[in-house]
Design a protein around this ligand. Sequence first.
Ligand code: ZN
Length: 434
Amino acid sequence: MYTKKLIHEKMFRDPIHNYIKIEYPLILDLINSKEMQRLRRIRQLGTTSFTFHGAEHSRFTHSLGVYEIARRICEIFNQNYSQKMNPTNGWDSSETLLTLTAALLHDVGHGAYSHTFEKIFDTNHEQITCKIITSPQTEIFQILSKISATFPEQVAQVIQKNYPNPQVTQIISSQIDADRMDYLLRDAYYTGTKYGTFDLSRILRTIHPFKNGIAFKESGMHAVEDYIVSRYQMYWQVYFHPTIRAMEIGLKNLLKLAHDLYPHDSKYFKKTSPALIPFFEDTFQLKDYLDLDDGVLNTYFIEWEKGKHSTLSELAGRFLNRHPLKSVSYTKDSKTLMNELKKCIADAGFDPLYYTEMNSSYDLPYDFYRPETQEIRTQIEILFANGKMKELSSLSPLVAALAGNPQKDSRFYFPKEMLNGNQKFSEILAKFAT
Ligand code: ZN
C-alpha cells in the first residue's frame, strides 16, 4: 500500500533542521517530481542576494524545511495528543499524510522572480499551486492520485485554508505556522543576520492541539513571543530593506518595458526571449509557466542588455550589474513634491515610467481575532494547566505593543544619477522631511 511507511527511511542533510526525515514513499516521489525539482532553480528571496549576498537558497530547500517542521508537529501530536487519548481535543492521526503533503507542496506554484513577475504578467502563485496539484497533466497530480481520487483536491483545500479540520490548516497557515517558522530561520541563516532566530525546539515542545486549532503551553510563551519579535525584525531589517526593494523595482520596470515594447517589435522578443511570448500575449498555460525559472529570465536579460533597444538594454544592465535606484522616504505632506521630482527626472532624460516608483512596504506583525477586519487572523492561544486558554498579547506586553499596530514605509525611487549635481532636484529633495 502506498500510504505505508518506507522500510528504510531517507534522511536529507539540512543546515537549519540538521536532518529532514522522509518516511513515506508518497513524499519521496513528490520530492522527485518535475514540478518540485523546478523549485531548485527559483530563489526563495528573489533579488535579496543583491544586498545580502548569501541569500541564494532556493524555494526547494524552504519547501523541505516546511515539510520537516510539519512532520515534527505531527509526530508530537501522534505520540502525545492523539484522538484515541483525547477524543474532544486530540489530533486525528489519519490527517498526518495530508498535512505533510500540503506542507511540502505549499509553494510549488512559485515562479521565476515570483512577486515581481506576478505584478507585470498578472499571474498568481497561490492559484497556480492549486492548479499544479489538481491538473491531470502534472506529475504531482499523478502521484497524489495514487492515494485516492479525492486526495489532490484535499491537499488544495488545505493550502487554500478551506479544509474543514482547523488543526491541519493552522499547521500550514496561521500566525505561527510551519511555513513562517522555516522561512524566518532559513532566511536569517542565509542572509547572515541574527534577527530571525528563535527557539524552534522549545516551541515544538509546547505545541498542543485543541478542537479549533493549535495552541502553545504556558511554558512556551516566551519562545512564541520571541518568534513574533524575530518576525517583526526580519521584515524591517531584511524583507523591506530599501535596496532590496530598489532591485525589485528595477526588475519590475525592466519587465514592464519589455511588455510594452513587445507589440512594436514582436520579432525581436521571439528571437531573444521565446518562453516569455505566451506572457506578453496573455495566452499562457500551466506548461508555459513551468518552463520559466530564474535562470531562463537571467539569460534573457543578458540578451536584452546586448540588444538593439537602448532603454531595455540600459535597464537590463542596471539589473544584471547591480545598479539600484536610490530612494527617499515620503509622507502624505511630501507626496505633492513627487511630481516636481518626476519632472526633473524626465528633463534629465529618464522616462519616469521606467525609472521611478512610489513604493510602500506594509506589515502587521501580529493581531488578535477581530471579526470586523478585512483579513481575519487566527490568534495565538496560550494554554494553561487547568485547560483554560488566553490570547498571546493579553499575556505578553512585548506582543501587545506590536498587536494591531501596522508598520509602514513609503519611499520614492529615482535614478542615482539625479544626485550628481542636479541642483533643482537636490533643492526639491531637501524639502522632504527626514
Ligand atoms: Zn513558504
